[in-house]
Design a protein. Structure first.
Lengths: 247, 287, 334
């Protein structure tokens, strides 16, 4: 579904990702782990299109999307959530979801009809609100709901474009341990055929939700495999836990 | 069109560039340092011309030349304390609007004080003639303006690159939060830069007065060219201000003699092209 | 996204009633002032759509109005096209021009956007000034108003023409509300809040900005057509950036991003201008001081200030008294 081949990116003399490759099957849930500065965010930005790789290609559902813009990739079925909530604060939860659904259904650029009144848009909004438990908050403004709800909405907005691949940038960033548990449930609620790539540095959560794990260190893939194998890996402990204590 | 023609036009262009440079440098550094958009900068230029003309009428040209910038700086000081300091934390939109209001208010205030008619101001005796220069006869006063502009440019380049306060200004333009962390009093730095910027605007007005007629709306007329200069050059940089001034001066002057029909469109087209291709200007202060 | 509230409906009803009453009773000068207000109101609605709802502070709306005026004048007087068709064509031409400007400037932000729009506006101004076909500094005359004698209306009568402009303003207000509530309008508010996120959702942000700028340009073009018909003579001064600056001042004085506020602003501005000009020749000092005071007060213009003080309270009181019955939606009355 999503295939990265030999992604290389450097800023000046600093090589941030080196020859990163991975392949996600349809419905696969993969977590990318790595200490701070391992190149996770740079890799993420290359996948979504904020950065252009110096070398390498990105294929989405068999199509080369390396040359596409952020918006172009989103239209091909790649959606993302942000580490820091990136919502439309003055609007309601429903309107936030509606904006995304409208883009997906093509109503976002229509001049003579209200996108939020369209049945296809309403349907997506209701479905996503159910998936990420936002039903009770639909008519509340973003600025009026709790941080945890905003975190759910962050995922909801990304889902409302009906993506094939969902990329999540530290989805539990800033929420407490109970919320992390809630996030686990939220992921379980999502359709199984949705391919999910998560950047995370909470190891427990990663082992909990991942089908497969990739570990980055100094911009290179140092591990790629099943969580069970990663858990036992000595290499992982050394590079990851070593610096984890410092962080 | 012989060589003399080209020399003459080049000198005209240079003279216009230098006037614009004196105006734009203050505006661009104020913006670069504090992200403050002061549209009323052109009004300070008009005030400089009025102060210069009035002082020259009583005490001779050089009285006006030296005192008008000081007087304009004093006006700038009043504006700073009453208005601009308060607007520092507001968004660019509010700043644009307040200083836009200031343009209107100052326009009428100059009309109230000096009347609607233009004021005359003569070049000093010693610079009133023409001199032979590079094979053409050129007004000495205009050469003086060119020399003055180049002198100010050299002085500012020296101050910005070689002195401690210059280093502080560069640090402030680059990253004001970081500069504040390094113990630089950004607030005081801005105040100093603002005063110098006002004085330079006043100086530009004074030296422009004998070349143009001193009228209430001269500040409004110069505002757009000044803005074009700093936007084309890139906000916040000395290099951008001088480059923008030269580009404007030459495009405008040569456009007017070579393609009079297109001259005024040429410079706006150029501005639009720069904004499309390099949205941050040719020599932006920040990367 | 634009929403009506009780206060906005109330203000619209008052404004409409005031305009109609004035149109019926006023003498020649009163009607001239009313028409001036109505045309300015159309222009500032156009500006409020882009500046207030899209964050695109334009300094070329005066020029767009001028483009509409000149296009109409040229088509109807020199190209021999009928007046109604010329009006439609002028509006379309202005809209297309605005779309291009919007598309080119869409990448710029803040002061750069302002400067970029200024550049395009001044380009149009210079071109109109220089090109002989536009009559240069002398302008163009002999412009006629639409012929509505079939329905028994003589638009050469200033009362009928004022009502004609009022009808146009009503239409434009309705179109503005529909635009802002459409899918495109919602996307625009999304872009203003957070362009990066809209892009990540797959939206072509520049297209949204350009489309809205085009719609706004059509409205500004209509203001230009009416301005040309009103004075029956046009000069390049119409396109100068100071006209755009003045329109921006009106939007700010009225209340940015409220649609109703700019209408209030237009009325207040024109009336004040005539009153002050009658007393003193220092009109600019007055408007400059008011502008500074309004911005320093941090209120969103006259209407924004009223709304912040009483708008919510009024809505709550009404909601209490009419519990259970939803207020009916009325759109398009001005």
């Amino acid at each position: 579904m999503l295939e990265l081949q030999g992604l290389d990116k450097s800023f000046g003399a600093v090589h941030v990702t080196r020859n990163v490759s991975m392949k996600l099957e349809r419905g696969e849930r993969r977590v990318i782990l790595g200490p701070n500065g391992a190149g996770k965010t740079t890799l993420f930005n290359q996948i979504v299109g904020e950065l252009t790789p110096d070398k390498g290609t990105i294929h989405l559902a068999g199509q080369d999307v390396t040359g596409l813009s952020v918006a172009g990739r989103a239209r091909q079925g790649l959606s993302r959530s942000y580490q820091k909530n990136t919502l439309f604060d003055g609007l309601t939860v429903e309107e936030n979801l509606g904006l995304a659904a409208a883009v997906h259904t093509g109503h976002a650029t229509r001049l003579w009809s209200d996108s939020l009144a369209k049945p296809e848009v309403r349907e997506i909004v209701a479905e996503v609100a159910n998936q990420v438990n936002l039903m009770p908050y639909l008519h509340a403004k973003v600025s009026e709901v709790s941080y945890g709800v905003r975190r759910q909405l962050e995922v909801g907005v990304a889902l409302a474009t009906r993506p094939m691949v969902l990329l999540m940038d530290e989805p539990t960033s800033g929420v407490g341990p109970e919320m992390s548990k809630g996030f686990h449930d939220l992921l379980n609620n999502l359709p199984r055929d949705l391919t999910i790539l998560i950047i995370e540095h909470d190891m427990d959560l990663a082992f909990d939700v991942a089908d497969t794990i990739t570990v980055l260190n100094y911009g290179e893939v140092v591990f790629d495999g099943l969580p069970e194998a990663a858990r036992g890996s000595k290499l992982l402990k050394e590079i990851y836990l070593g610096s984890w204590e410092d962080a | 069109m012989d060589l003399g023609f080209w020399t003459l036009q080049a000198l005209n262009a240079l003279q216009l560039s230098m006037l614009l440079f004196l105006l734009s440098i203050g505006l661009t550094v104020i913006f670069g340092l504090m992200h403050f958009v002061n549209l009323a900068h052109g009004s300070l230029y008009a005030l400089g011309a009025y102060f210069g003309a009035s002082l020259a009428a009583t005490g001779g040209y050089w009285t006006g030349f030296f005192l008008a910038p000081v007087a304009v700086m004093a006006v700038g000081l009043v504006l700073y304390t009453l208005l601009i300091r308060r607007m520092r934390k507001s968004g660019p939109m509010a700043q644009v609007l307040v200083t836009f209001g200031l343009i209107f208010a100052l326009l009428d205030l100059t009309r109230i004080v000096w009347g609607d008619l233009g004021l005359p101001m003569n070049a000093p005796e010693i610079l009133s003639g023409r001199v032979a220069f590079l094979g053409v006869e050129y007004p000495a006063y205009r050469l003086f303006v060119v020399a003055l502009g180049l002198g100010v440019f050299a002085a500012l380049a020296y101050v910005l690159s070689r002195t401690q306060i210059g280093a502080m200004i560069r640090a402030g333009v680059d990253n004001d939060a970081m500069a504040a962390c390094l113990g630089i009093n950004v607030e005081r730095l801005f105040f100093i830069v603002f005063c110098v910027g006002c004085a330079l605007a006043g100086l530009a007005g004074t030296v422009a007065a004998p070349l143009l007629s001193v009228t209430p709306d001269m500040g409004l007329h110069i505002l757009i060219p000044t803005l074009i200069v700093i936007v084309v050059g890139g906000l916040g940089s000395l290099k951008g201000a001088i480059a923008g001034s030269l580009i404007y001066g030459f495009v405008q002057t040569f456009g007017a003699v070579l393609a009079p029909q297109l001259a005024s469109m040429l410079i706006y087209g150029f501005l639009a092209a720069v904004l499309v291709i390099k949205p941050a200007g040719l020599f932006p202060a920040k990367g | 996204m634009f929403r009506h509230n009780t206060l906005r409906y109330g203000a619209l009803v008052l404004l409409a009633a005031g305009a109609v009453a004035h149109a019926v009773t006023a003498g020649y000068f009163g009607l001239e002032i009313l028409t001036e207000i109505l045309i300015l109101a159309i222009l500032v609605l156009a500006l409020d759509i882009v500046a207030g709802f899209g964050g695109m502070v334009s300094l070329c709306h005066g020029a767009l109005m001028g483009v509409g005026a000149y296009a109409f004048a040229l088509l109807s007087t020199k190209a021999g096209i009928s007046v109604p068709l010329s009006m439609v064509a002028a509006v379309a031409i202005t809209g297309a021009g605005a779309w291009v400007v919007g598309a080119v400037c869409a990448r710029s932000h803040g002061i750069y956007f302002i400067m970029a729009t200024l550049a395009f506006g001044q380009m149009a101004y210079s071109y109109v000034f220089e090109a002989p076909v536009f009559g240069g500094d002398d302008g163009l005359g002999g412009i006629s108003r639409p012929d509505l004698s079939l329905v028994g209306i003589d638009l050469d009568d200033s009362r009928s023409f004022a009502l004609f402009c009022l009808a146009a303003l009503t239409l434009v207000y309705g179109a503005a509300v529909i635009t802002l509530r459409s899918g495109l309008g919602r996307s625009l508010s999304g872009v203003m809040h957070n362009a990066q996120r809209m892009r990540a959702l797959g939206l072509t942000v520049w297209r949204v900005k350009a489309d809205i700028f085009g719609v706004s340009g059509m409205i500004a073009g209509l203001a230009g057509v009416l301005a040309a018909q009103h004075s029956m003579y046009i000069s390049p001064g119409l396109l100068n950036w100071t006209v755009s600056g003045e329109a921006l001042v009106v939007v700010i004085l009225g209340g940015l991003g409220t649609l109703v506020g700019p209408l209030v602003g237009a009325a207040a501005f024109v009336v004040l201008k005539h009153e002050v000009s009658a007393l003193t020749s220092y009109w600019h000092l007055v408007v400059g001081s008011i502008l500074i005071a309004v911005v320093l007060s941090r209120a969103n213009g006259i209407f924004g200030w009223v709304e912040a003080r009483w708008g919510a309270k009024l809505d709550r009181r009404l909601a209490d008294s009419t519990r259970g019955t939803e207020a009916q939606e009325v759109t398009g009355d001005a």
